[in-house]
Design a binder for this molecule. Sequence first.
Ligand code: SF4
Length: 713
Amino acid sequence: PSKKVEQWKYTTCNYCSTGCSIEIGLDADKKVVTTRGHAGADVNRGKLCIKGILEHELFDSPGRGSEPLIRDKHYEAFEKTSWDNALDVTAQKIKSIQAQYGKDSFAIVSSGQLMTEEFYTLGKLARGCIGTNNYDGNTTLCMASAVSGYKRSFGSDGPPGCYDDFEHTHCFMAFGSNLPEQHPIIYWRLKEALEKRKFPLIVVDPRVTMLAQFADIHLPITPGTDCVLINAMMFVIINEGLQDQSYIDAHTQGFDEVKALVQDYDPKSAQHICGIDEDTIRNVARIYAKAPAAMSIWTMGINQSTHGSDGVANINNLNLITGNIGKPGGTSLSITGQCNAMGTREWSSCSGLPGYRYLENADDRQEIADFWGIDPEFFPKKRGLAETDIFPAIETGEIKGMWIVATNPMTSMPNTARIRKALEKLDFLVIQDVYEDVETNQYSHVYFPASVWAEKEGCHTNTERRVNLISNVLPPYANSKPDFWIFNQVAKRFDNGKVIDFPDTPEGAFNEMKQLSKGKDRTLDISGMTYEKLVKAKGIQWPYREKSREENCEQDNEAPESLKGDPRLYTDGKFQTKSGKANLLPIKFFNNNEQPCQDFPFWLNSGRVVEHFHTRTRTGKIGNCNKFSPTAYMEMNPDAANELGITHQSYVRLTSRRGDAVVMVQLTQRVPRNMVFIPFHFFDCVNRLTLGLLDPHSRQPAFKQCAVQIETV
Ligand code: SF4
């Protein structure tokens, strides 16, 4: 095709949570030929990372599903079928499994990849029509600990800060977050801020990541001991009187308990647990507390731990006692993983009901039941199983059928051999995915081919609560359908689906969400947004409240200021708890992880590379992403390799108590002598080894803390 672009169409990137605005170039024949960053967007200002630059190649990537498929047994060959038959069989199987084994015997697992309107509609279907309580998303693998920690500290989920805080901060501390590879454009924003104005960059990570290489101070912490480091920092801050006592007195509760607890974490003793020497702990604590505004960010290094929720709550503690919440440059900002992990947190109903409402709250159940026009008794009264508990429930026979939407647990879950066996045991499995060759489809009975990214329309919410629009640039491939359409069609096949109104368009669903978001005490208020405004503003942060008629008239011209939501939460020091005060929570460290030992002497750490997204279902199909990052590899310290006679680019077998994996060695000083690192994107590799002990609050697995042995092959 000609490379000449005749038309640019606006949309938003569908990979990570940075939320970059994209334009897709079409030639005279309406063929997609290229992608570029939108220069007018606040988030990315014209920039894209390699994944965004190549994203248009997704439209005609290999392995796309073109027709619905069906079979009786998972080991038989698939047959093509009509959408009507695939949908009828699915609805009938769900009903028969539920009739025989109970409503909760059918589970649904979705992801952070769908549009928000699709989450809302799937939530309506799962909670209001199918009625299973075992409905969750793969966000349990990435952001559940952040959600839990925010709720425990502030009374509600919702990252309180924004990227603009980089421009105002005087100290930036990153916990377990490798921005240049995970969120390259957020890193670019940070770098831009650092070029304008110098402030200390402190990176806490056991590995010398790319971000750690740019740090002023790198703290190579012992895995899983972040709470010890933070408690020791608070020991210094409180005992040297560096805390913001007026903020603590006015806006928090529980300070005395935290003050008492941290007395057990003198840096002199803490250094032996967290591996950071006492002078460095004292130095970092003083820098952080004395900065006029200091901010912390974190990603999976904190969340994917048995102490994930505690880690988040303790980062919040640090920021609350130093008065660093709700002010420019002072914040606790979880850098979300997937493009729409926030959308699923806000609207999917995975952990409750839409719009930060909860099954445990009778008023919330009544409000949603009234809005949907069903009996509130249809809802369970507490949350069901998380994704990480659903697979064990298949093993015990509690769950007999499952519907997996846009996620690939055979690569992403810990201990994947166990996941394979669980999927094989199901009486009925539906896979809904863009790609027919996704690994989980080996075990399915029905396959729904879904449309990809900008073949459909809807919104994402990014890390800084910015809602942005994915416009549909091309029609769906072959006979694939938008996930929104599929959910609506399944709903029509259930009794409540004939009672509840399911809008025909994503914008109709968005309008319902707007109505449900209204309320003066609601932070998650999107009532003032429209699709048109989202495109005009290149994304709007919530809360963005509906204006009065007079205000709207005054702002008819939509001056840019009127298209801005609130950049920060809790600026008035009022939190979403009953008292309005934030909770300071004493976080005691307990060591419950697998540790290296004589038989398994190495820590195994996992993470990402810049070229790939998650389990490579999409980036694995993009030529240049694969050329730059073709295979899995293991980073190993040269001294440790030397002791075992292992050479660069040789192959080794790693063994844990769960399984084994063969991988190529890359010798590098990025990892300490007692640790190896493998990117998690590749099938049948690192997650054959991981243990995945669960955080008790969030049910998120500890992907980054297990022990392995290594031998040459
Ligand atoms: Fe897409 Fe994230 Fe890259 Fe931006 S940084 S282009 S949102 S993958």
